[in-house]
Design a protein around this ligand. Structure first.
Ligand code: ADP
Ligand code: MG
Length: 268
């Protein structure tokens, strides 16, 4: 299938109208040395308080991810995958070490700075979709646009509709999320993740609640989004993820035990 040829510069993402300004790159040069990385995790520890002591969920991790990579994070339940992904998303803060992502040093951002950074730069996809049940599907996709205010107000509904069409659920736009199948809800959630045209997509077991056929289709969609130049990190249990991603990182007890390039896109 048409997986990204990493030697080619990424094509324009999304095929939709570009946002009026390009804030994605606006602060990319601020930190000077971090330009080469989409994500740079340096000696990161995440410790949770536990009774008298603490539990180390992420244990001195170093991880560099370059722009346009498609990385799978695998490992047993409890190995620290969600903790690591939440750190990358700025949902949680590292106990020590540093995380640079999409041009910012996350540890240096305030809570509101972090929320703004995330809104501009990160699309998040979860196992249980997390669409708001009282809003229609298209309203769910508009929500991050309303929060970030990068897409002009007058364009938001059309853009949301286009994104839904793009991921294959354009005809579900005016329904409430719970009336959709799991696969359709996850597609809608991916459209929502793309709302502000983020450079980084982070997904935590996005296929964990889908049947295997639907799961494969969702992973194909991620591959397509990656081929447009988006950096993607996906936590997954899928056995056949190797045929889609370019790199597989295995966690065990909060540490990286293997970090392998895998030949993505060769077959399928
Ligand atoms: P995975 O996603 O790989 O299943 P997690 O990152 O969710 O693993 O969890 C890693 C470890 O950290 C687990 O042992 C879990 O119990 C522990 N953990 C996760 N969140 C918390 C928390 N808020 N407080 C205490 N321990 C936690
Ligand atoms: Mg998890």
């Amino acid at each position: 299938m048409g997986h990204a040829d990493k030697t080619k510069p990424p094509a324009t993402r999304s095929g939709l109208r570009p946002p009026p300004h390009e804030p994605r790159d606006a602060h990319r040069h601020e930190g000077s040395l971090e330009v080469e990385h989409a994500i740079k995790v340096s000696d990161v520890v995440k410790a949770y308080p536990l009774g008298t002591g603490e539990f180390i969920a992420v244990d001195h991790i170093d991880l560099d991810i370059t722009p346009g990579e498609f990385v799978a994070i695998i490992g047993r339940s409890g190995s620290g995958k969600t903790t690591l992904l939440n750190l990358l998303a700025g949902i949680d803060r590292a106990t020590s070490g540093s995380i640079h992502a999409a041009g910012s040093d996350l540890g240096r951002l305030s809570e509101s700075g972090l929320a703004g950074w995330r809104g501009h730069n990160v699309g998040l996809v979860f196992q249980f979709f997390q669409l708001l049940p009282t809003l229609t599907v298209v309203e769910n996709v508009m929500l991050p646009m309303d929060f970030v205010k990068k897409i002009p107000l007058a364009e938001r509904r059309d853009r949301a509709q286009e994104l839904l069409s793009r991921v294959g659920v354009g005809d579900q736009a005016d329904k409430l999320p719970t009336t959709l199948s799991g696969g359709q809800q996850q597609r809608a959630a991916i459209a929502r993740a793309l709302a502000n045209d983020p450079s980084l997509l982070l997904a935590d077991e996005p296929t964990g609640n889908l049947d295997s056929h639907t799961a494969e289709a969702v992973l194909e969609l991620f591959a397509e989004l990656n081929s447009e130049g988006r950096t993607i990190v996906v936590v997954t249990h899928e056995r056949d993820i190797r045929s889609i991603v370019g790199r597989e990182v295995t966690l065990m007890d909060g540490r990286i035990v293997t970090d392998e390039s895998v030949s993505a896109g060769a077959v399928r």
